[in-house]
Write a protein that binds this ligand. Structure first.
Ligand code: IMP
Ligand code: MG
Length: 186
């Protein structure tokens, strides 16, 4: 029987592991502690950017000791390609009214910076008290626009990664760690 892509990765035929599960959990614990300190006395709204951020958000909130609300947005900029087209559409908007609130946007990965730059402007226009970003991964050397991210889990090389919420053509999100997707041609 043909193996699934996930089985191929987990059996080591294709993968190069970049960040193992235990390292990720340790770093997310630290981020949770830092965010809990920084938002002491506030009830922030954490906004997960679908689909990629769903696992990171789930682990992050379980490491917060403050009260928080949770909401989601879904934007599209990629289709099934590995490179951003730079064109952003809102596929699912916030349900919450964020006026006067502290908003913490939760991203899986920042690559070109286009999504973060665009989302910051989009949320800021709704008059929140503050908007900050937390991302599990930040790629180095791939920025195409200036952007700011207040909390970063790991800085990683400019390679395409999958797992822990991150997909390639909608697959491999369910891998439990972060893996580099090696080019088939090489
Ligand atoms: P940006 O707008 O180019 O910064 O890209 C942000 C979005 O692109 C992320 O939220 C991911 O969904 C996707 N993305 C960027 N790099 C990767 C990658 O290496 N693997 C999987 N998805 C990625
Ligand atoms: Mg994505």
């Amino acid at each position: 029987m043909k193996k699934s892509s996930v089985q191929e990765f987990l059996s080591g035929e294709k993968h190069r592991i970049l960040i193992p599960q235990d390292e990720m959990q340790q770093r997310i614990k630290e981020l949770g502690e830092q965010i809990s300190r920084d938002y002491q006395g506030s009830v922030p709204i954490l906004v997960g950017v679908l689909n990629g951020a769903f696992i990171f958000l789930a682990d992050l909130v379980r490491n917060l000791t403050i009260d928080c609300e949770i909401d989601f947005v879904k934007i599209s900029s990629y289709g099934d390609a590995k490179e951003s087209s730079g064109h952003i559409r809102v596929l699912k908007d916030l349900d919450a009214d964020i006026e006067g609130r502290d908003v913490l946007v939760v991203e899986d990965i920042v690559d070109s910076g286009l999504s973060v730059q665009w989302l910051r402007k989009y949320f800021t226009s709704r008059k929140p008290r503050s908007v900050r970003f937390v991302t599990l991964l930040k790629k180095l050397g791939s920025a195409r626009v200036p952007y700011e991210v207040e909390y970063v889990g790991f800085e990683i090389p400019n390679e395409f990664v999958v797992g822990y919420g991150l997909d390639y053509a909608q697959l491999l999100r369910n891998l439990p760690a972060i893996y580099v997707l090696e080019d088939e041609e090489d």
